[in-house]
Write a protein that binds this ligand. Structure first.
Ligand code: C2E
Ligand code: CA
Ligand code: CA
Ligand code: CA
Length: 279
C-alpha cells in the first residue's frame, strides 16, 4: 500500500490542485472500499454464435458504494490504475474470479472458462505469472479454465517484454485474449509473434456492423486477420441479431453483448436461458 501511495503522489504532482484533491479523496474511498468488501464481480456470458451455448463468462468489477451508489468501472478502474491501487485490487479480482469459477464447477455448472481483465500495470510488474499461479493453486481452478484479457496498448509499449510475459502466462496453461482489439493501432509486425489465443473485436467496430461505415469493414477485416493467424475471435458489444449474424457469416463464432445478457451477479447466472438463435 505504501508503494501505491508513492506512485499516486508522483502522478498527482502533474495535475491541477483541485482535481488532485478530488482524485485523492476518491482514491482513499476506493482504498476503504476494498477493505470493506464493497467491490463485487459480475459476470457477462460469452456465447457460441452457432449454438447459443454459454462458452465463458467475463468477470467485470462493480463498486457498490454506500456513498455514491453503484460506481461503473470506467470511473474507478482508471483511478485504481493511476494510484497503483489496481495491484491489490487486481489480486483480489483474480482470486475472486477463480474462486467463483471453481465453485460453479463444483456445483456442476458447465461453463468452460472465466475471462479476467488484467490492467497494463499488473502485467508490467514482474510477478504477474506468480500472481496467476497463486490464484490457481489456492482455488484449485485448472489453468485451462482461465483466460486473461490484456489490451493492445500494453503490448505496444514494449513488445519484446510483453511477448516474454505472455509466454510465461501461457506456459501455466491459461489462455490469452487481446481486448479492445483494433483500438490500439495494432502493429501487424508484432501480432504474428504474440503468444495469444484470441482477438476480442472492440465493441465500437461490432456496433457499426450493418452500417456503411468503415468501422464495420474493420470488424470484418479483424475476423479475417484472426483466422489467417489461426486465432479465435470473439465480438464484444453484440446488441442486435444482425451483428451476430454477420460475425458468424464472416467466421467469428463467439460473441458477447447486451443481445444476450448484461453482466449479472454470480447467483443470477443460472437464471440465464440458453441463447438460441432464430432459425
Ligand atoms: P471491457 O473489458 O472492454 O469490458 C466490456 C465492457 O463493455 C463492459 O463494461 C460491459 O458491460 C460492456 N458491454 C458488454 N456488452 C455490451 C453491449 O452489448 N453494448 C455495450 N454498449 N456495452 C457492452 P463495464 O463492465 O462497464 O466495464 C468497462 C471497462 O472497465 C472494461 O472494459 C474494462 O476495461 C474495465 N474493467 C472492468 N472490470 C475490470 C477488472 O476487473 N479489472 C480491470 N483491470 N479492468 C476492468
Ligand atoms: Ca475485457
Ligand atoms: Ca473490451
Ligand atoms: Ca474497454
Amino acid at each position: 500500500a505504501k508503494t501505491a501511495g508513492r506512485g499516486a503522489y508522483r502522478f498527482y504532482s502533474h495535475e491541477q490542485t483541485s482535481s488532485v484533491r478530488e482524485r485523492t479523496s476518491m482514491e482513499s474511498r476506493l482504498r476503504k472500499a476494498i477493505e470493506r468488501g464493497e467491490l463485487r464481480l459480475n459476470y457477462q456470458p460469452q456465447i457460441c454464435l452457432d449454438t447459443g451455448a454459454i462458452i465463458g463468462v467475463e468477470a467485470l468489477a462493480r463498486w457498490s458504494s454506500p456513498e455514491f451508489g453503484l460506481v461503473a468501472p470506467d470511473k474507478f478502474i482508471p483511478i485504481a490504475e493511476e494510484s497503483g491501487l489496481i495491484i491489490p485490487m487486481g489480486e483480489w479480482i483474480l482470486d475472486d474470479a477463480c474462486r467463483q469459477m471453481q465453485q460453479w464447477r463444483q456445483q456442476g455448472t458447465a461453463i468452460p472458462r472465466v475471462a479476467v481483465n488484467l490492467s497494463a500495470l499488473q502485467v508490467q510488474r514482474g510477478d504477474v505469472t506468480a500472481l496467476v499461479r497463486r490464484a490457481l493453486d489456492s482455488t484449485g481452478l485448472p489453468a485451462s479454465c482461465l483466460e486473461l484479457e490484456i489490451t493492445e496498448g500494453y503490448i505496444l509499449q514494449d513488445a519484446d517484454r510483453a511477448i516474454e510475459v505472455l509466454q510465461q502466462l501461457r506456459d501455466l496453461g491459461v489462455s490469452i485474449a487481446i481486448d479492445d482489439f483494433g483500438t490500439g493501432f495494432s502493429s501487424l509486425s508484432y501480432l504474428h509473434r504474440l503468444p495469444i489465443d484470441r482477438l476480442k473485436i472492440d465493441k465500437s467496430f461490432v456496433q457499426e456492423i450493418g452500417s456503411t461505415s468503415r468501422a464495420a469493414q474493420v470488424a470484418q477485416a479483424v475476423v479475417r486477420l484472426g483466422k489467417t493467424l489461426g486465432l479465435s475471435i470473439i465480438g464484444e458489444g453484440v446488441e442486435h441479431p444482425h451483428h451476430a449474424d454477420a460475425l458468424r457469416e464472416w467466421g467469428c463464432h463467439e460473441g458477447q453483448g447486451f443481445l444476450y445478457a448484461h453482466a449479472v451477479a454470480p447467483d443470477q447466472l443460472h437464471l440465464l436461458a440458453p441463447f438460441k438463435r432464430k432459425p
